[in-house]
Design a protein around this ligand. Structure first.
Ligand SMILES: C[S@@+](CC[C@H](N)C(=O)[O-])C[C@H]1O[C@@H](n2cnc3c(N)ncnc32)[C@H](O)[C@@H]1O
Length: 247
């Protein structure tokens, strides 16, 4: 009970601070704290903000990149415009929405990708956590080819099954991959941010995260499920009875 009260109180306090500072959501402080610690966005950078509604991260990103920078965001829900950012509506896993992001970026490569994406919460923790990790894998697969050599990538993860596998798959794409829990999200949920710095593009057929992540989860479960539509094969195995002297 006391823990719950403390959590609610802290969340309220970040919400009040966000309102007083002109930010749309307390999540703005999470990005500020990630940036203060890890220095991910420079002035004049181009930034892609995935899962940008209501626009708190976009507001912070616009401040950091300044007038010569560029911020493009995308979310399933439409945002009230943020001056200096181009916030699109669409599903980041949908090729049509992906094309609209590419059109809006309008440069060959992007400097920084920030993703606070979280799926619709059903309340069933293991399902929500698994769906969220698959979504993160999809964001990596769409966005990694756009990220410049040396660029940075920040993504939210929900702690649980598969997080270690995800981190191991992402590691070869960056010089450093670290977990960070900003003050503004501490005690409030099991979310953690993965701060991936200095992109070192991984080439070759196995660069994509999602298929490897699915394989890693399969082998964690002990291999693929048996198929039920396979015809049974007649066994040739027989139990031989030992002959007794009378037989
Ligand atoms: C925690 S909110 C982001 C808050 C945001 N960073 C801010 O500071 O205002 C997570 C967002 O992810 C979005 N989202 C979930 N699935 C998505 C998808 N497939 N494509 C785009 N956005 C998605 C949700 O609509 C939700 O608005």
């Amino acid at each position: 009970m006391v823990d719950r009260w403390v959590q609610d109180h802290q969340r309220d306090s970040w919400r009040k601070q966000a309102k007083a500072s002109g930010y749309r959501a307390r999540s703005a402080f999470k990005l500020k704290q990630i940036h203060d610690r890890h220095k991910i966005i420079d002035s004049e950078d181009s930034v892609l903000d995935v899962g940008c509604h209501p626009g708190g991260w976009a507001q912070v990103a616009v401040e950091l990149v300044g007038k010569k920078g560029k911020v493009v965001g995308i979310d399933l829900k439409s945002c009230v415009p943020v001056e200096g950012a181009n916030l699109l509506v669409g599903d980041i896993t949908d090729p049509f929405a992906q094309q609209s992001v590419l059109d809006a970026i309008d440069t060959e490569v992007i400097d920084v990708i920030i993703s606070d994406i979280s799926p619709h919460i059903t309340g069933k923790w293991d399902i929500d956590q698994a769906v969220s990790l698959m979504l993160v894998a999809d964001v990596f697969d769409f966005a990694l080819p756009l990220l410049k050599y040396g660029g940075h990538f920040v993504t939210k993860l929900f702690q649980g099954v598969g997080v270690e596998e995800m981190i191991e798959l992402v590691r070869p794409h960056f010089q450093t991959v670290k977990r960070f829990s900003p003050m503004a999200s501490r005690n409030s949920s099991s979310e953690v941010y993965l701060v991936c710095k200095f992109h070192t593009p991984k080439r070759g057929p196995d660069w994509q995260i999602r298929p490897q992540f699915e394989d890693a989860l399969e082998s964690r479960k002990g291999g693929p499920e048996p198929l039920d539509d396979v015809e049974p094969v007649k066994s040739t195995f027989r139990i031989m009875k030992k002959r007794t002297p009378e037989e």
